[in-house]
Design a protein around this ligand. Sequence first.
Ligand SMILES: O=P(O)(O)O[C@H]1O[C@H](CO)[C@@H](O)[C@H]1O
Ligand SMILES: Nc1nc2[nH]cnc2c(=O)[nH]1
Length: 296
Amino acid sequence: MHSKGNSCCCSFDECKLGTEWLLSRTRHRPKIAVICGSGLGFLAESISNKQAFRYEDIPNFPVSTVPGHDGQLVFGYINDKPCVFMQGRFHLYEGYSLCKVTLPVRMFKLMGVEMIIVTNASGGLCQDFKVGDIMVIKDHINLPGFAGQHPLCGPNDERFGIRFPCMSDAYSKDLRKLALDISTELGYSDFVREGVYCMVSGPNFETVAEARMLHILGSDSVGMSTIPEVTVAKHCGLRVLGLSLITNKVPLDYSNEEKVNHEEVLHISKMRAEMLQNVLNTFIARSDQVETINSC
Ligand SMILES: O=P(O)(O)O[C@H]1O[C@H](CO)[C@@H](O)[C@H]1O
Ligand SMILES: Nc1nc2[nH]cnc2c(=O)[nH]1
């Protein structure tokens, strides 16, 4: 596959090189990958038989530049399920192309991963949401994608997936149901919701007028990540679950004096650590209850 002009910078061979480098250094063969959002790296703490690789050592891998994103790939087990956790993700606003942002997802596919769980911190737009709520992502609005910032732009490599992938079932219904059932069983139904996540490029937080627009468009929460990874995961046939922690409310009127900042986002992530980890670990433990691959 040749890439030209403004096209994809991460070829199949580049993904393969990084994957083979990892597989030759670990006996782990993960089936589930977890991407930890801002301040959510603790999710990897309960892994057993851990083996970690710093991002800077992995061929072709980007490096983390944002506080709250540690920058290592951790292999191991959660309840006997082989997993790999990204302690730190990449964002468009860091200056990475979306191909680079999503390169780990394609490497996961090449190493045999079948399901990806994406987590993030986001601002609540839905007026019913409270700070600390966990939103199971039902659907998304890919705002940068509308403007041509899309990880699948450029020549399509059929070894990963088809040219025109369907996205209407990006977040598997069965996986969402399992996550919601588990939340109810854990007694968390008061603060676990479902909703639509919208991505903006960042790095600034929203103006009031922008927040109002996103709300009118049908977004329940807003962040600066996740959708590129989900899009690439769906393109290459991975099942997807998305969990978004509402770390702040996004002001929708001018009388609201609240000001969001990244430190607050990290603080709230830490506060909700235990609950999010309980949902995630129970979900992983029971993930084989949902074997069907949904596709349209
Ligand atoms: O989406 P994650 O990586 O969780 O991070 C969210 O938190 C950061 C802002 O505080 C932004 O990067 C936003 O996208
Ligand atoms: N864009 C955006 N990203 C976030 N990440 C965490 N909170 C927010 C927010 O309010 N807006």
